[in-house]
Ligand binder design. Structure first.
Ligand code: BES
Ligand code: MN
Ligand code: ZN
Length: 499
């Protein structure tokens, strides 16, 4: 993984190179080490602040070129607002903000990781480093011509000046693996669908073997043998054969039931015979965002040698219209034995997940399973692009996901399940149908999934609004966001890793 930004750590006393970034509160006060580094330039900052009405509000920045009295070529003062009001995710944003100031070409930047009253904690410093790398990510593998001003690629060495450089360096190593996992997920989502189809996706998941992950690939024959008629029905109209991939990371104690993550991997969703309109159909290359997250998460867990047993399972298909494609009216038999009447071939994600969830529930018998899926357009109507929809049959798991969401800034919002909604997916011909009508579309989809988890503690994250095409942010400028990797890594780290 080549990175535009390299992050290193130095002591506060190091002489800053290139651009110097410092923090001040809403009283324009600096910490002691920062004041020392600024020396006589402190007065210059006061005058520049007055001239541009900079008040040190959180996330505001004062940009001073060729600052008199400083070795640095550029000084950026970032406001923190009231220090007591800072949240963990604010430090990610500060890192992102700093990376946003880097220009194409080779550059250096030194960031003084200090607040008004004290040095930033190691955790806060690591968050800045994480934000830097997340922001600097760019998917430009298919661009052969660069725009003016972008002829030179961004290559920057960013130094975080800290109280304890050795401690920060140690703590940043695992965080770096998590960022690598996010980047891996983003790459997968951004890849075009002619390049990334089920077999190629499975091959890329196979690269996790290098980290000690056991990767098992189920081909069509193997899935037929298992009776995965729901998943296979979706893929039968495609020239590209379906796959399922089971990834196992055994970093925990032997014999302890694993945690499990399941991803929807529709490499392209045309809608099938119930074909989608042409507008924005190209976005459906990202309909494998759930599977991408699972692969990125398994990378993060394995690379940082997480002390947990974890299973990742993804269903990979392409949903195409074709002479051999599945029809509305077809009835398929899922691995669970339950039959499904296909009403709309565009409600394909739940069919794929039905068989993978059942497989994981019965063969893996996990402690719990969380699935991620770009499942419904309706979740964007309900929640926009800020929160993923959360559905769960287990309050403790739901609470833990909500908490991990607040900590990482990858937010989730819980929506209801209930037997009343079940009526909407009853079929006159089969055990159920695959759509539930106009109302509560995200809920009926989740209710459908619940029929395939049995009594396994389970949560479903509908990430249609957050995995791709979300507005650019301080820490993500890419179409594919890699949503969910940091969230679920945190869930595991907070509650399921042995010490
Ligand atoms: N992959 C789509 C959902 C989607 C839409 C994700 C837009 C991201 C952006 C899913 O397979 C789908 O087509 N869902 C249908 C379900 C309907 C037919 C019941 C939808 O949401 O319209
Ligand atoms: Mn669809
Ligand atoms: Zn889909």
């Amino acid at each position: 993984m080549s990175d535009a930004v390299k992050v290193g750590f130095v002591p506060f006393s190091a002489v800053p190179a290139g651009t110097l970034v410092v923090f001040c509160d809403d009283g324009l006060k600096f910490g002691a080490a920062t004041a020392k580094a600024l020396g006589s330039a402190t007065d210059l900052v006061k005058r520049a602040a007055a001239a541009s009405q900079f008040k040190g509000k959180s996330g505001a920045a004062l940009d001073i070129l060729a600052p008199e009295g400083l070795k640095a070529a550029r000084l950026i003062v970032v406001g923190t607002g009231k220090v007591s009001a800072l949240k963990p995710s604010d430090f990610l944003k500060f890192g992102g903000l700093a990376a946003g100031k880097l220009q194409p070409g080779n550059g250096a930047m030194t960031i003084m990781a200090e607040l008004t009253e004290a040095a930033m904690t190691t955790e806060q410093t690591v968050a800045i480093g994480t934000g830097l790398r997340l922001r600097a990510y760019k998917f430009d593998r298919y661009k052969t011509k660069k725009k003016e001003g972008e002829e030179r690629a961004l290559r920057a060495d960013v130094w975080l000046a800290v109280a304890d450089a050795a401690a920060a360096k140690r703590a940043f190593a695992p965080a770096g693996h998590i960022v690598d996992g996010v980047i891996m997920a983003r790459d997968l989502v951004n890849e075009p669908p002619n390049v990334l189809y089920p077999e190629e996706f499975a091959r890329r998941a196979g690269q996790l073997r290098k980290l000690g992950v056991k990767v098992e690939v189920l081909d069509v024959k193997a899935m037929q043998k298992l009776g995965m008629g729901a998943l296979l029905g979706v893929g039968q109209g495609s020239a590209r054969p379906s796959r399922a991939v089971i990834m196992r990371w055994n970093g925990g104690k032997r014999g302890v039931a694993p945690v499990a993550f399941v991803g929807k991997g529709v490499c392209f969703d045309t809608g099938g015979i119930s074909i989608k309109p042409a507008g924005s159909m190209e976005d459906m290359k990202g309909d494998m965002g759930g599977a991408a997250c699972v692969v990125g998460l398994m990378h993060a867990l394995a690379a940082r040698k997480a002390k947990v047993n974890a299973v990742g399972a993804i269903g990979l298909v392409e949903n195409m219209p074709d002479g051999n494609a599945q029809r509305p009216g077809d009835i398929v038999t899922s691995m669970s034995g339950q039959t499904i009447e296909i009403i709309n071939t565009d409600a394909e994600g739940r069919l794929v997940l039905a068989d993978v969830l059942w497989y994981v529930a019965k063969k893996v018998k996990p402690k719990f399973m969380v699935d991620l899926a770009t499942l419904t357009g309706a979740i964007m109507v309900a929640l926009g692009t800020e929160h993923a929809g959360l559905f769960s049959n287990n309050d403790e798991l739901a609470e833990r996901l909500l908490e991990a969401g607040a900590e990482t800034g990858e937010k989730v919002w819980r929506l209801p399940l209930g037997p009343e909604y079940d009526k909407l997916i009853d079929s006159q011909f089969a055990d159920m149908k695959n759509t539930g009508g106009r109302h509560g579309g995200s809920i009926t989809a989740a209710q459908f999934l619940q029929r395939f988890v049995d009594d396994t503690p389970w949560a479903h994250l509908d990430i249609a609004g957050t995995a791709m095409g979300a507005p650019k942010s301080d820490i993500n400028q890419s179409w594919g966001s890699g949503y969910g990797v940091r969230l679920l890594n945190r869930l595991v780290a907070d509650h399921y890793e042995s010490k």
